[in-house]
Write a protein that binds this ligand. Sequence first.
Ligand code: 16G
Length: 197
Amino acid sequence: MEPCSRTTQEKGTPCDLQDSLFDDTVLRTMNTDKCKFAMKGIQYPTPGTSLFARPLRRSDYDKGFLQLLSQLTKVGDYSKEAFEAQFNSMQALPGMYYVVVIEDTSTATLVASATLLIEHKFIHGAVIRGRIEDVVVDSEYRSSSLGSFLLELLTCFSEEIGCYKITLDCKLKLVGFYEKFGYNNEGQCFLTKRFKD
Ligand code: 16G
């Protein structure tokens, strides 16, 4: 069975959902009334011409996923098997890892990615909270608002599924960018202890 793609989804052709990190029906059917991108007429999964947003796939190692991430931070050189093992671990925890990528279908290359991580808590009456991670847009596509689209999509989705809050950490120079989307500096410090480079 072929992997799920824009074509299979538009034509309703059965496709291999196992290749997909999660079933994106949840994103396709979410209420986007409060999302700014929807107000601008942009909808998941088509944020622009020849652009297709979708869950990360097991086969994305070959579509430049690691090269894309390397525009955010150090990725390291590791095998397809190592990538697939990590993918499988995430896929085995449904409802926790939402890695959404944007593919430029004209070049079959990934050009943007962002992750929503869901954490279960014993506080606030036993809730869930969201965390935005690893937001990256290919340097050639940085004027296309793809980072804004992914951020809003995952932020709106986290509210929709009942998160009591969502947080992220970022470089100081990007604070202004995230503030535009309602993220506030509440005066808490984000501390780090590194064990490896
Ligand atoms: C940024 C990212 C974080 C990522 C980290 C990697 C966002 C909102 N924040 O803080 O998710 O994991 O960079 O940096 O995308 P590091 O390699 O120095 O840990």
